[in-house]
Write a protein that binds this ligand. Structure first.
Ligand code: SF4
Length: 97
């Protein structure tokens, strides 16, 4: 699985580059009436998806869609011993020139 590195010089924080910035947060939390299908669609093209997923895994986030994965999917990833990169094969934003 190939991983592409995208480099950007505007990296105060990865959250600033999130596709979900400005979107109603409840969308990402099915328990609050969110829609995981729509949330995943937002995440699908997010350039910081891998960072988001890694952050959720590090925090052992127990709810919501993060990095395009539901909590069940994240637990499956951990059980299988996969890295976020292996799971996503996704762009990773690296800060710096
Ligand atoms: S991957 Fe994370 S940061 Fe990107 S849109 Fe989804 S929830 Fe937001």
């Amino acid at each position: 699985m190939a991983t592409t590195t995208v480099t950007t010089s505007k990296c105060d924080s990865w959250q600033q580059q999130a596709n979900c910035a400005g979107i109603e947060p409840d969308l990402f939390f099915p328990a609050l009436g969110g829609d995981p299908v729509r949330a995943k669609a937002v995440c699908a093209g997010c350039v910081v998806r891998q960072q988001c997923l890694e952050d959720a895994l590090a925090r052992e986030e127990g709810t919501g869609v993060w990095g395009g994965l539901t909590v069940v999917e994240r637990r499956r990833l951990v059980r299988r011993g996969l890295s976020s990169g292996q799971m996503l094969g996704h762009h990773r934003v690296r800060c710096g020139a």
